[in-house]
Design a protein around this ligand. Structure first.
Ligand code: ADP
Ligand code: ZN
Length: 526
């Protein structure tokens, strides 16, 4: 073999400096590298942008033989390979999109031991042809990137990854390293169990991103709130996450009409359109990408200055990964999450209806509830978010909305009782808008047709705005005192949680929502 190291042995530090041009290892990189060089297994949990790749790239260069990197996406492989080749490293990717010529050339190199790092998909690796070839080779290590994909609990489960359970048997002597940015305990256990890595060294980095400003606000007029936030977008990229494909199209058109360069991105676009958008995104120009979660893995632009969620992610893990795409260059960047009670109720409803196995459903439910709790918290959001990953921050972060403008709370017991009675007396079939109308004593067709104006609760909340009542309703949904039912998402009491409030056994404190004070200019500057 003629790998770099067998010709000229280098220490990891030398390779870091001479090949990669970095002066020092970061965080746990060096320990992870050393574990592999010593032939031991490792699990690396590091936030996006933390520097996971070097943990396997350097040992793959140091150890004799070829390192195999399992990666879920071709785009991701190609990016990594291009970067490595630029540094003069003999890297390649073996995947289904290679031309037959490229495939033949690559196989020739593989047979001649001319590749030091090979990227491959899990299904590619487990093809009999590849297995029988690689079992005869000197394999320096196997890296399992995006290792959370093995976990059915995860937000990114890939069934192909489960077959990696056979790695232990197929390559008993090859050290393995699993890497992920999803750090919760269940995912971690799943990875270690499935990959049979019970002896692995575990390296967990802090997930605290000090350059991210974290903000969450109740949803009002989405487009107005979006424009308001983007009015501070002066350079770099912004990502706006939406819950549906249609919405990405609608919002990006709307931004476009306001003179903002914006492009939609979702799985329904052709490969050509997607690539064109990715190219624009990567070009470095100032641009807004309005996307579904399909815009995800492998998104590696350092100067993403804003990540805005117009719809609530399904879990703190997904939320963390998505906001984590902001500020990878370490510069201050902003994140904003808009949330609404109906969205929460709908998310709960659909999960309830889902046909997923019961245990998966329960996990997804508990993740959703953690996400909802995150939106409503009046404490430091960074602390709340990190605690979802078992990380205790000993202080408040100082870079979230609640730290910078402490949230006010008020005794909302009476208001809550009014809402709950209004729901009960109107037959548990209305949405938040009509309930607010009833409380405020507003007549409309539906109300007079159903004689809701004859109810004792009609007009008992005249002193507050519709917006105020909707905030109370939303917070009661978040607390689980109200749930939705039926396909139209009507609001109903969740009796168990609503009863103590109605009886006055439980005092509840609600968050006073700040009104949007910043006005958006009618004609945005280009
Ligand atoms: P991850 O896979 O954890 O998201 P990457 O491996 O892509 O992160 O690394 C993120 C960025 O940090 C890359 O641009 C990489 O070159 C840089 N980086 C990684 N390790 C170091 C280091 N020790 N010193 C300086 N920059 C580093
Ligand atoms: Zn904070």
């Amino acid at each position: 073999s003629s790998s770099i190291c067998s010709v000229k042995p280098h220490s990891p530090k030398e390779i870091l400096r001479t090949t990669f041009g970095f002066s020092d290892f970061r965080g746990h990189q060096e320990s992870a590298v050393n574990a592999l060089i010593n032939g031991e297994d490792a699990l690396v949990l590091m936030p996006t942008g933390g520097g996971k790749s070097l943990c396997y790239q350097i040992p793959a260069i140091c150890r004799a033989g070829m390192g195999i990197v399992i990666s879920p996406l071709i785009a991701l492989m190609n990016d990594q390979v291009a970067g490595l080749q630029q540094l003069g490293i003999r890297a390649a990717a073996l995947h289904s999109e290679l031309s037959s010529y490229d495939r033949q050339t690559l196989w020739q190199k593989l047979r001649n031991h001319q590749i030091d790092i090979l990227y491959i998909s899990p299904e590619g690796l487990l093809q009999p042809g590849f297995i029988s070839f690689s079992q005869k080779q000197n394999i320096s290590l196997i890296a399992i990137d995006e290792a959370h994909c093995v976990s059915a609990w995860g937000h990114d489960f890939r069934p192909e990854y489960r077959q990696l359970a056979s790695l232990t048997e197929l390559f008993p002597k090859v050290p393995r390293i699993a890497l992920t940015a999803t750090a919760d305990q269940r995912t971690r256990d799943d990875i270690l169990n499935l990959l049979g890595m019970n002896e692995a060294h575990i390296f967990v980095s802090s997930f605290h991103r000090t350059n991210l400003f974290i903000e969450a606000r109740p949803k009002g007029s989405e487009i107005k709130q979006l424009l308001e936030t983007l009015s501070t977008h002066t350079e770099g990229a912004a990502i706006v996450y939406c819950g549906s494909r249609n919405k990405t199209e609608r919002i990006s058109k709307s931004l476009h009409n306001h003179g903002i360069t914006a492009l939609p991105y979702h799985a329904g676009l052709s490969a050509l359109e997607k690539n064109a958008t990715l190219l624009r995104f990567r070009s470095g120009e100032k641009i807004v990408i309005v996307a579904t979660i399909a815009f995800g893995m492998g998104i590696d632009r350092p100067d993403v200055r804003h990540v805005i969620h117009l719809d609530m992610p399904a879990s703190p893990e997904a939320y963390y990964q998505q906001i984590g795409r902001a500020g990878r260059d370490g510069e201050p960047s902003k994140t904003l999450l808009l949330y609404g009670g109906e969205d929460m109720a709908r998310a709960r409803f659909w999960l309830e209806q889902s046909n997923a196995p019961e245990h998966e459903k329960r996990t997804m439910q508990s993740r959703l509830e953690s996400m909802i709790a995150l939106t409503e918290t009046t404490g430091c959001r960074t602390r709340a978010l990190l605690s979802c990953f078992n990380e205790d921050l000993s202080h408040n972060c100082g870079h979230c909305d609640n730290c910078l403008t402490p949230a006010f709370t008020f005794d909302g017991t009476e208001a809550a009782q009014k809402v709950l009675s209004a729901i009960y007396r109107s037959g548990q079939k209305l949405g938040a808008v009509q309930l607010a109308n009833i409380l405020r004593g507003k007549i409309n067709d539906t109300i007079s047709r159903n004689a809701y104006d004859q109810l004792s609760v009609f007009g008992i909340g005249k002193e507050h705005t519709e917006r105020w009542w909707r905030s109370v309703i939303r917070q009661l949904i978040a607390r689980g005192a109200i749930r939705t039912h039926g396909e139209y998402g009507s609001l109903a009491l969740h009796t168990e949680n609503a009863r103590p409030i109605l009886r006055g056994d439980e005092k509840i404190f609600l968050r006073k929502d700040l009104t949007d004070t910043i006005q958006v200019k009618a004609t945005p500057s280009k």
